[in-house]
Design a protein around this ligand. Structure first.
Ligand code: AHR
Length: 339
Protein backbone atom coordinates (compact mmCIF):
# COMPACT_ATOMS: atom_id res chain seq x y z
CA UNK A 1 0.00 0.00 0.00
CA UNK A 2 1.15 3.57 -0.64
CA UNK A 3 -0.17 6.71 1.07
CA UNK A 4 -0.26 10.23 -0.38
CA UNK A 5 -1.91 13.49 0.68
CA UNK A 6 -1.65 17.32 0.68
CA UNK A 7 0.45 19.39 3.12
CA UNK A 8 -1.14 21.10 6.10
CA UNK A 9 -3.39 18.19 6.99
CA UNK A 10 -3.81 16.77 10.43
CA UNK A 11 -0.45 16.15 12.05
CA UNK A 12 -0.86 12.40 12.21
CA UNK A 13 -1.51 12.22 8.50
CA UNK A 14 1.47 14.41 7.71
CA UNK A 15 3.70 12.31 9.94
CA UNK A 16 2.57 9.02 8.48
CA UNK A 17 3.11 10.43 4.99
CA UNK A 18 6.57 11.62 5.86
CA UNK A 19 7.40 8.16 7.13
CA UNK A 20 6.21 6.65 3.88
CA UNK A 21 8.21 9.14 1.84
CA UNK A 22 5.07 10.55 0.27
CA UNK A 23 4.85 14.07 -1.15
CA UNK A 24 2.52 17.03 -0.74
CA UNK A 25 2.17 20.02 -3.06
CA UNK A 26 4.17 23.19 -3.16
CA UNK A 27 1.47 25.58 -1.97
CA UNK A 28 2.17 24.52 1.58
CA UNK A 29 -1.22 22.83 2.00
CA UNK A 30 -1.50 19.12 2.41
CA UNK A 31 -5.14 18.44 2.99
CA UNK A 32 -8.22 17.67 0.95
CA UNK A 33 -10.26 19.78 3.31
CA UNK A 34 -9.61 23.34 4.58
CA UNK A 35 -11.09 25.07 7.63
CA UNK A 36 -13.24 28.10 6.84
CA UNK A 37 -15.27 30.39 9.15
CA UNK A 38 -18.83 29.12 9.45
CA UNK A 39 -21.95 31.30 9.61
CA UNK A 40 -22.38 30.54 13.33
CA UNK A 41 -18.89 31.89 14.08
CA UNK A 42 -17.31 28.44 14.40
CA UNK A 43 -15.47 26.68 11.63
CA UNK A 44 -16.76 24.33 8.95
CA UNK A 45 -14.78 21.93 6.83
CA UNK A 46 -14.79 22.68 3.11
CA UNK A 47 -13.65 20.14 0.56
CA UNK A 48 -10.99 21.59 -1.70
CA UNK A 49 -11.63 21.25 -5.41
CA UNK A 50 -9.29 18.72 -6.98
CA UNK A 51 -7.36 19.52 -10.15
CA UNK A 52 -6.17 16.50 -12.08
CA UNK A 53 -3.66 16.80 -14.92
CA UNK A 54 -4.04 13.90 -17.35
CA UNK A 55 -1.73 13.21 -20.28
CA UNK A 56 -3.25 10.80 -22.78
CA UNK A 57 -1.25 8.76 -25.34
CA UNK A 58 -3.27 9.96 -28.35
CA UNK A 59 -6.31 8.87 -30.33
CA UNK A 60 -4.77 5.91 -32.14
CA UNK A 61 -7.50 3.33 -31.57
CA UNK A 62 -11.12 2.68 -30.63
CA UNK A 63 -9.81 1.56 -27.25
CA UNK A 64 -8.10 4.90 -26.70
CA UNK A 65 -11.23 6.89 -27.60
CA UNK A 66 -13.27 4.84 -25.11
CA UNK A 67 -10.57 5.36 -22.47
CA UNK A 68 -10.49 9.13 -23.02
CA UNK A 69 -14.28 9.36 -22.78
CA UNK A 70 -14.29 7.30 -19.59
CA UNK A 71 -11.70 9.58 -17.98
CA UNK A 72 -13.39 12.82 -19.08
CA UNK A 73 -16.88 11.65 -18.03
CA UNK A 74 -15.67 10.32 -14.69
CA UNK A 75 -13.73 13.50 -13.84
CA UNK A 76 -16.86 15.54 -14.59
CA UNK A 77 -18.98 13.22 -12.49
CA UNK A 78 -16.51 13.47 -9.59
CA UNK A 79 -16.51 17.28 -9.87
CA UNK A 80 -12.77 17.50 -10.55
CA UNK A 81 -11.13 20.09 -12.76
CA UNK A 82 -9.50 18.04 -15.50
CA UNK A 83 -6.55 19.41 -17.45
CA UNK A 84 -6.42 17.01 -20.39
CA UNK A 85 -3.60 16.81 -22.88
CA UNK A 86 -3.32 14.61 -26.01
CA UNK A 87 0.29 13.60 -26.76
CA UNK A 88 -0.38 12.36 -30.29
CA UNK A 89 1.67 9.22 -29.63
CA UNK A 90 4.83 11.25 -28.88
CA UNK A 91 6.78 10.92 -25.63
CA UNK A 92 8.21 14.44 -25.95
CA UNK A 93 4.65 15.84 -25.95
CA UNK A 94 3.84 13.87 -22.80
CA UNK A 95 6.95 15.14 -21.03
CA UNK A 96 5.99 18.71 -21.98
CA UNK A 97 2.45 18.15 -20.68
CA UNK A 98 3.73 16.73 -17.39
CA UNK A 99 6.05 19.73 -16.93
CA UNK A 100 3.17 22.08 -17.63
CA UNK A 101 1.02 20.29 -15.01
CA UNK A 102 3.86 20.69 -12.51
CA UNK A 103 4.08 24.42 -13.30
CA UNK A 104 0.34 24.78 -12.87
CA UNK A 105 0.58 23.02 -9.48
CA UNK A 106 -2.18 20.52 -10.15
CA UNK A 107 -3.12 18.29 -7.21
CA UNK A 108 -2.46 14.98 -8.94
CA UNK A 109 -0.87 14.03 -12.27
CA UNK A 110 -1.98 10.94 -14.13
CA UNK A 111 -0.77 9.65 -17.46
CA UNK A 112 -0.73 6.66 -19.74
CA UNK A 113 2.91 6.50 -20.89
CA UNK A 114 3.32 6.10 -24.63
CA UNK A 115 6.52 4.06 -24.11
CA UNK A 116 7.98 2.39 -21.00
CA UNK A 117 11.42 4.05 -20.79
CA UNK A 118 12.73 7.55 -20.25
CA UNK A 119 10.48 8.91 -17.50
CA UNK A 120 12.76 9.18 -14.48
CA UNK A 121 13.78 12.83 -14.93
CA UNK A 122 10.27 14.24 -15.25
CA UNK A 123 8.91 11.95 -12.53
CA UNK A 124 11.63 13.22 -10.20
CA UNK A 125 10.57 16.78 -11.05
CA UNK A 126 6.99 15.93 -10.07
CA UNK A 127 8.17 14.33 -6.85
CA UNK A 128 10.34 17.36 -6.01
CA UNK A 129 7.30 19.59 -6.59
CA UNK A 130 5.28 17.38 -4.23
CA UNK A 131 2.77 16.27 -6.85
CA UNK A 132 1.71 12.63 -6.68
CA UNK A 133 1.65 10.70 -9.98
CA UNK A 134 -0.78 7.90 -10.84
CA UNK A 135 0.01 5.69 -13.85
CA UNK A 136 -2.98 4.44 -15.78
CA UNK A 137 -3.23 1.83 -18.51
CA UNK A 138 0.53 1.56 -19.23
CA UNK A 139 3.53 1.09 -16.97
CA UNK A 140 6.98 2.72 -16.90
CA UNK A 141 10.23 0.81 -16.35
CA UNK A 142 11.59 3.16 -13.64
CA UNK A 143 13.45 1.22 -10.98
CA UNK A 144 12.45 3.80 -8.35
CA UNK A 145 8.81 2.97 -7.66
CA UNK A 146 8.51 5.87 -5.20
CA UNK A 147 8.25 8.12 -8.27
CA UNK A 148 4.59 7.16 -8.66
CA UNK A 149 1.81 6.18 -6.28
CA UNK A 150 0.25 3.31 -8.15
CA UNK A 151 -0.24 1.74 -11.55
CA UNK A 152 -3.88 1.14 -12.48
CA UNK A 153 -4.40 -0.97 -15.59
CA UNK A 154 -4.41 -4.34 -17.32
CA UNK A 155 -1.93 -7.16 -17.02
CA UNK A 156 -0.64 -7.12 -20.61
CA UNK A 157 1.59 -10.18 -20.16
CA UNK A 158 -1.46 -12.14 -19.07
CA UNK A 159 -3.35 -10.88 -22.14
CA UNK A 160 -0.55 -12.23 -24.36
CA UNK A 161 -0.67 -15.54 -22.50
CA UNK A 162 -4.43 -15.84 -23.01
CA UNK A 163 -3.95 -15.31 -26.76
CA UNK A 164 -1.21 -17.96 -26.79
CA UNK A 165 -3.27 -20.42 -24.76
CA UNK A 166 -6.20 -20.23 -27.15
CA UNK A 167 -3.91 -20.77 -30.13
CA UNK A 168 -2.07 -23.65 -28.47
CA UNK A 169 -5.38 -25.36 -27.78
CA UNK A 170 -6.52 -24.91 -31.41
CA UNK A 171 -3.34 -26.49 -32.74
CA UNK A 172 -2.56 -29.00 -30.01
CA UNK A 173 -2.72 -31.90 -32.49
CA UNK A 174 -0.86 -30.12 -35.30
CA UNK A 175 1.62 -32.32 -37.15
CA UNK A 176 2.86 -29.52 -39.44
CA UNK A 177 4.20 -26.06 -38.81
CA UNK A 178 1.66 -23.29 -38.17
CA UNK A 179 2.88 -19.99 -39.63
CA UNK A 180 2.02 -17.01 -37.45
CA UNK A 181 2.43 -13.34 -38.29
CA UNK A 182 2.32 -10.79 -35.49
CA UNK A 183 1.24 -7.15 -35.63
CA UNK A 184 2.89 -5.48 -32.67
CA UNK A 185 1.65 -2.35 -30.94
CA UNK A 186 3.73 0.83 -30.66
CA UNK A 187 7.42 -0.03 -30.38
CA UNK A 188 8.67 0.29 -26.81
CA UNK A 189 5.18 0.51 -25.30
CA UNK A 190 4.25 -1.71 -22.37
CA UNK A 191 1.35 -3.43 -24.18
CA UNK A 192 3.53 -4.24 -27.22
CA UNK A 193 6.40 -5.58 -25.09
CA UNK A 194 4.18 -7.56 -22.75
CA UNK A 195 1.67 -8.95 -25.23
CA UNK A 196 4.57 -10.20 -27.32
CA UNK A 197 6.37 -11.82 -24.37
CA UNK A 198 3.24 -13.41 -22.83
CA UNK A 199 2.28 -14.92 -26.19
CA UNK A 200 5.83 -16.18 -26.91
CA UNK A 201 6.09 -17.71 -23.43
CA UNK A 202 3.01 -19.88 -24.03
CA UNK A 203 3.43 -20.88 -27.67
CA UNK A 204 6.99 -22.08 -27.16
CA UNK A 205 5.38 -25.14 -25.58
CA UNK A 206 4.38 -26.30 -29.09
CA UNK A 207 7.32 -26.39 -31.56
CA UNK A 208 4.92 -26.29 -34.53
CA UNK A 209 3.76 -22.78 -33.62
CA UNK A 210 6.17 -20.51 -35.46
CA UNK A 211 6.16 -16.70 -35.61
CA UNK A 212 7.48 -16.14 -39.15
CA UNK A 213 7.13 -12.32 -39.17
CA UNK A 214 6.57 -9.71 -36.47
CA UNK A 215 6.39 -5.97 -37.05
CA UNK A 216 4.82 -2.89 -35.50
CA UNK A 217 1.51 -1.58 -36.77
CA UNK A 218 1.58 1.21 -34.17
CA UNK A 219 -1.86 0.20 -32.84
CA UNK A 220 -3.57 1.88 -35.82
CA UNK A 221 -5.93 0.51 -38.46
CA UNK A 222 -4.03 2.15 -41.34
CA UNK A 223 -0.67 0.74 -40.27
CA UNK A 224 -2.20 -2.66 -39.55
CA UNK A 225 -3.48 -2.80 -43.13
CA UNK A 226 -0.18 -1.63 -44.59
CA UNK A 227 1.96 -4.12 -42.65
CA UNK A 228 -0.43 -7.01 -43.34
CA UNK A 229 -0.19 -6.23 -47.06
CA UNK A 230 3.59 -6.53 -46.77
CA UNK A 231 3.28 -9.78 -44.78
CA UNK A 232 1.00 -11.26 -47.46
CA UNK A 233 3.39 -10.25 -50.21
CA UNK A 234 6.42 -11.75 -48.49
CA UNK A 235 4.82 -14.94 -47.15
CA UNK A 236 2.75 -17.32 -49.26
CA UNK A 237 1.49 -19.45 -46.43
CA UNK A 238 0.18 -17.52 -43.43
CA UNK A 239 -2.04 -19.56 -41.09
CA UNK A 240 -2.53 -17.17 -38.17
CA UNK A 241 -2.46 -13.45 -37.47
CA UNK A 242 -1.89 -12.30 -33.88
CA UNK A 243 -2.64 -8.55 -33.66
CA UNK A 244 -1.91 -6.66 -30.44
CA UNK A 245 -5.17 -4.73 -30.83
CA UNK A 246 -8.49 -4.79 -32.67
CA UNK A 247 -7.75 -1.76 -34.82
CA UNK A 248 -4.68 -3.37 -36.39
CA UNK A 249 -6.66 -6.61 -36.87
CA UNK A 250 -9.43 -4.64 -38.60
CA UNK A 251 -6.91 -2.99 -40.94
CA UNK A 252 -5.34 -6.40 -41.61
CA UNK A 253 -8.76 -7.87 -42.42
CA UNK A 254 -9.08 -5.31 -45.23
CA UNK A 255 -5.69 -6.40 -46.61
CA UNK A 256 -6.59 -10.10 -46.32
CA UNK A 257 -9.91 -9.60 -48.13
CA UNK A 258 -8.23 -7.49 -50.82
CA UNK A 259 -5.85 -10.43 -51.37
CA UNK A 260 -8.87 -12.67 -52.05
CA UNK A 261 -8.60 -14.58 -48.76
CA UNK A 262 -11.21 -15.15 -46.03
CA UNK A 263 -10.28 -13.67 -42.64
CA UNK A 264 -11.09 -16.09 -39.83
CA UNK A 265 -10.98 -19.07 -42.21
CA UNK A 266 -7.96 -18.93 -44.52
CA UNK A 267 -6.11 -16.98 -41.86
CA UNK A 268 -7.16 -17.36 -38.22
CA UNK A 269 -7.11 -14.07 -36.35
CA UNK A 270 -6.51 -13.33 -32.67
CA UNK A 271 -6.60 -9.78 -31.34
CA UNK A 272 -6.76 -7.82 -28.09
CA UNK A 273 -9.18 -5.12 -26.80
CA UNK A 274 -12.76 -6.24 -27.56
CA UNK A 275 -13.99 -2.82 -28.70
CA UNK A 276 -17.31 -2.76 -30.58
CA UNK A 277 -15.80 -2.89 -34.08
CA UNK A 278 -13.60 -5.79 -33.08
CA UNK A 279 -16.52 -7.62 -31.48
CA UNK A 280 -18.59 -7.02 -34.62
CA UNK A 281 -15.85 -8.59 -36.76
CA UNK A 282 -15.61 -11.49 -34.30
CA UNK A 283 -19.37 -12.04 -34.37
CA UNK A 284 -19.10 -12.26 -38.19
CA UNK A 285 -16.37 -14.90 -37.82
CA UNK A 286 -13.62 -12.64 -39.20
CA UNK A 287 -11.77 -12.55 -35.87
CA UNK A 288 -11.64 -15.92 -34.12
CA UNK A 289 -10.62 -14.90 -30.63
CA UNK A 290 -10.38 -11.61 -28.74
CA UNK A 291 -8.68 -11.02 -25.41
CA UNK A 292 -10.43 -8.20 -23.58
CA UNK A 293 -8.55 -5.10 -22.43
CA UNK A 294 -10.87 -2.83 -20.48
CA UNK A 295 -10.57 0.91 -21.32
CA UNK A 296 -13.17 2.08 -18.79
CA UNK A 297 -10.61 3.09 -16.18
CA UNK A 298 -12.14 6.50 -15.38
CA UNK A 299 -14.23 5.63 -12.29
CA UNK A 300 -11.38 3.69 -10.65
CA UNK A 301 -8.90 6.45 -11.48
CA UNK A 302 -11.08 9.14 -9.86
CA UNK A 303 -11.40 7.01 -6.72
CA UNK A 304 -7.62 6.58 -6.57
CA UNK A 305 -7.13 10.34 -7.03
CA UNK A 306 -9.57 11.05 -4.20
CA UNK A 307 -7.82 8.55 -1.94
CA UNK A 308 -4.42 10.02 -2.74
CA UNK A 309 -5.63 13.54 -1.99
CA UNK A 310 -7.26 12.32 1.23
CA UNK A 311 -4.02 10.61 2.25
CA UNK A 312 -5.66 7.19 2.29
CA UNK A 313 -3.66 4.03 1.54
CA UNK A 314 -3.61 3.01 -2.13
CA UNK A 315 -2.56 -0.36 -3.53
CA UNK A 316 0.75 -0.13 -5.41
CA UNK A 317 -0.75 -2.10 -8.32
CA UNK A 318 -4.43 -2.21 -9.32
CA UNK A 319 -5.18 -4.77 -12.02
CA UNK A 320 -8.36 -4.52 -14.08
CA UNK A 321 -10.50 -7.61 -14.55
CA UNK A 322 -10.85 -8.87 -18.09
CA UNK A 323 -12.29 -11.72 -20.07
CA UNK A 324 -11.96 -13.34 -23.54
CA UNK A 325 -14.37 -13.87 -26.44
CA UNK A 326 -14.70 -16.52 -29.13
CA UNK A 327 -16.83 -15.62 -32.17
CA UNK A 328 -19.90 -17.16 -30.53
CA UNK A 329 -19.35 -15.30 -27.27
CA UNK A 330 -18.77 -12.05 -29.15
CA UNK A 331 -22.14 -12.46 -30.92
CA UNK A 332 -23.85 -12.82 -27.56
CA UNK A 333 -22.01 -9.95 -25.86
CA UNK A 334 -22.19 -7.44 -28.73
CA UNK A 335 -25.65 -5.97 -28.09
CA UNK A 336 -24.73 -4.89 -24.57
CA UNK A 337 -21.18 -3.78 -25.34
CA UNK A 338 -20.54 -0.28 -23.95
CA UNK A 339 -17.56 0.67 -26.11
O1 AHR B 1 -2.49 0.56 -23.81
C1 AHR B 1 -3.63 -0.08 -24.28
C2 AHR B 1 -3.53 -0.25 -25.76
O2 AHR B 1 -3.35 0.99 -26.38
C3 AHR B 1 -4.76 -0.82 -26.42
O3 AHR B 1 -4.78 -2.20 -26.47
C4 AHR B 1 -4.61 -0.27 -27.80
O4 AHR B 1 -5.74 -0.42 -28.60
C5 AHR B 1 -4.28 1.11 -27.44
O5 AHR B 1 -3.95 1.93 -28.44
Amino acid sequence: MKTFGKMGAVLALTLSMAMLGACGNSNGGNTAATKAPAANGGTKTEAKEITLGFSQVGAESGWRSANTKSIQDSAKEAGYTLKFSDAQQKQENQIKALRSFIQQKVDVISFSPVVESGWDTVLKEAKAAGIPVVLTDRAVDSKDTSLYVTFLGSDFVEEGRKAGEWLSEQYKDASEDVNIVELQGTTGSAPANDRMSGFAEVIKGNPHLKVIASQTGDFTRAKGKEVMQAFLKANKDIDVLYAHNDDMALGAIQAIEAAGLKPGEDIKIISVDAVKDGMQAASEGKINFIVECNPLLGPQLMQVVQDVVDGKPVEARIVTEESTFTSEQAKEALPSRQY
